[in-house]
Design a protein around this ligand. Structure first.
Ligand code: TXA
Ligand code: MG
Length: 328
């Protein structure tokens, strides 16, 4: 049975010991919960892929305390220009939800990067994640702590629900502050490329990077985890424009669940999950709302399309489009 424990000095020390012994633990970050193992521990990395059911070609993010610690994972032959960008980016955005993809050091096991010559690194801001990194004293590779393809976890209970039988130690940190995964920025290409949008937006990065490549959704191939179907509830889910929602509900003979920004339009027999009309608050809520919607066991989940008027909604549109994408 997986076990949720309060994050005390004692439980964090126990978690760090499990990592030293080659085990895996789940821990909170400011974005989503991670399923972590030592970057240099091959048994732990194997366990992460096995527990998640994650395709072996999807690489992991290594979590570190700061840039000096990340620098040990990155090739010494970093071009001077890239190095100066990294210093500016990490000064501005670390610790926080920005992941940098860089050429990897030869010492990093191929297994930790799915055989790629690059490595993704990020310094989480969450205090519990940082206490765990301090206690372990070495980088922690961690994907989101959900079964592969399922909705990402933003509470310890979400993690336990995805891994009920796995004897996993889950450090409790309550609900994640940001609520969606980090922005993944590839610095090995010129211009730099956003592989996965997140709460750090292209507008925020532009003053440092100048030009940025923001490839269209669905045409991304260089970050394997950005395949279109991802973050999916088990109930069939559909994204519906505000204008079409009322008609769509009228046509439904069975009761459905609606994630609605305009809640007054939803009435019985349909179920309402009210969503905030603010991108930051929407991001905090999105994954728990999808899990809550699933738990109602309705025939379908309808998601009222959020606004598109500001760049801060773009990561949310990305996650919603993937949540409603059909398996391929
Ligand atoms: O916020 C986050 O990033 C969370 C927390 C736990 O830190 N982690 C997370 O990990 O979302 P995961 O494994 O669910 O997503 C990692 C993403 C995937 O899309 C993966 O393909 C991409 O980062 N990635 C990792 N290493 C990469 C690399 N070397 N090159 C390109 N993409 C990479
Ligand atoms: Mg994930």
């Amino acid at each position: 049975m997986s076990k949720i424990v309060a994050s005390t000095d004692q439980s964090i020390a126990l978690a760090a010991q499990q990592l030293r012994d080659g085990g895996v633990v789940a821990f909170p970050t400011e974005t989503v919960y991670g399923l972590g193992g030592g970057t240099f521990q091959s048994t732990a990395i194997e366990t992460i892929y096995r527990l998640k059911g994650r395709p072996f070609d999807n690489p992991l993010i290594a979590h570190v305390l700061d840039w000096p610690h990340a620098a040990n994972l990155v090739s010494e032959q970093l071009p001077e220009f890239t190095r100066s960008l990294v210093l500016e980016l990490t000064n501005c955005f670390w610790p926080g939800p920005l992941t940098l993809v860089l050429p990897k050091a030869a010492t990093v096991p191929a297994q930790a990067t799915a055989g790629l010559e690059t490595i993704a690194v990020r310094a989480p801001a969450d205090p519990i994640a940082r206490r765990l990194l301090h206690a372990f004293g070495s980088p922690i590779s961690a994907p989101s702590a959900n079964r592969s393809g399922h909705v990402s976890p933003t509470t310890a209970e979400h993690v336990a629900a995805d891994f009920p039988e796995d004897d996993l130690l889950i450090l409790d940190g309550g609900a994640c502050q940001v609520g969606i995964e980090s922005t993944v920025l590839d610095l090995t290409t010129s211009p730099a490329k956003i592989l996965r949008p997140g709460s750090v937006t292209a507008d925020q990065l532009r003053p440092i990077l100048g030009a940025i490549d923001t490839p269209l959704l669905y045409s991304q191939t260089s970050s394997p985890g950005t395949r279109s179907q991802h973050y999916s509830p088990r109930t069939p889910a559909f994204l519906i424009s505000s204008a079409a929602l009322v008609d769509r509900l009228r046509q439904s003979s069975q009761s459905v669940v609606v994630l609605a920004i305009h809640p007054h339009r939803i009435s019985p027999p349909h179920n309402l999950i009210a969503m905030p009309n603010d991108a930051t608050a929407y991001a905090q809520r999105i994954y728990s709302a999808l899990r809550d919607a699933d738990a109602l066991n309705c025939s379908e989940i309808l998601i009222e399309e959020p606004p598109r008027d500001a760049e801060e909604w773009s990561a949310i549109h990305d996650r919603l489009r993937r949540a409603v994408a059909k398996p391929h």
